[in-house]
Design a protein around this ligand. Structure first.
Ligand SMILES: Nc1ncnc2c1ncn2[C@@H]1O[C@H](COP(=O)(O)OP(=O)(O)OP(=O)(O)O)[C@@H](O)[C@H]1O
Ligand SMILES: Nc1nc2c(ncn2[C@@H]2O[C@H](COP(=O)(O)O)[C@@H](O)[C@H]2O)c(=O)[nH]1
Length: 186
């Protein structure tokens, strides 16, 4: 069904720096990579815009679309639903584009089943202590939400060997270079 493009999945615990890395990547390689915009039922954070960071939907609308098979993958994470709209991804891949998904572990596992040819990259923190610091310094989540995210993070880090490559985001520029190599190498 999908033959010409390349699907790339980037996974890693919340707060590890996926969004930071991918934003720089997007600026450096404009037009060369297409980024999927996910749907979520979580509330927008300050500064987030519907249709830019996410499509912010009600749980009812999400569940209806899910039942209609409109998501390529989906997962419940820290009490909210997240999903990748299928249509745009399939169209872009068919057009030969490099398409990037930034998603959590369960979704990445689903994509491994449905698109075995997808590249699967894991962004790991230098340590759990650094991860917690980054989540706290970002100031976007309550203590309770941070605790839930750290709980998920432990499971996600344990699953890192399912991915190749594993990139440790300690020095941002080093991590970016490894990410570029993973994405643009044949
Ligand atoms: N290499 C790095 N060194 C120090 N701080 C970093 C580094 N990379 C990212 N950060 C900082 O860590 C925080 C979390 O980064 P970011 O929001 O990109 O994480 P994320 O993995 O996208 O999280 P989420 O999955 O929750 O969206 C931000 O404040 C960011 O500036
Ligand atoms: N399975 C999916 N996971 C997704 C999707 N979009 C984002 N995410 C991941 O959720 C967590 C939390 O994100 P946040 O924006 O609330 O911090 C993080 O790991 C994201 O990568 C998706 O479509 N499917």
């Amino acid at each position: 069904m999908l033959s010409t493009g390349q699907l790339i999945v980037v996974t890693g615990p919340s707060g590890v720096g996926k969004g930071t890395l991918l934003q720089i990547l997007c600026d450096r390689h404009q037009g060369k990579i297409l980024f999927s915009i996910s749907v979520t039922t979580r509330q927008p954070r300050a500064g987030e815009v519907d249709g830019r960071e996410y499509f912010f939907w009600t749980r009812q609308k999400f569940e209806q679309s899910r039942a209609e098979g409109e998501f390529l993958e989906w997962a419940e994470y820290a009490g909210n639903l997240y999903g990748t709209p299928r249509r745009a991804i399939e169209d872009w891949i068919a057009l030969g584009q490099i398409v990037l998904l930034e998603i959590e572990l369960e979704g990445a596992r689903q994509v491994a089943q449905t698109f075995p040819s997808a590249k699967r990259i894991f962004i790991a923190p230098p340590s759990m202590e650094v991860l917690e610091q980054r989540l706290r310094q970002r100031s976007t989540d309550s203590d309770e939400a941070i605790a839930k995210r750290l709980e998920h993070a432990r499971k996600e880090v344990a699953a890192a060997p399912e991915f190749d490559p594993i990139i440790i985001n300690e020095n941002l520029e080093d991590a970016l270079q490894q990410l570029e190599k993973a994405i643009f190498s044949a």
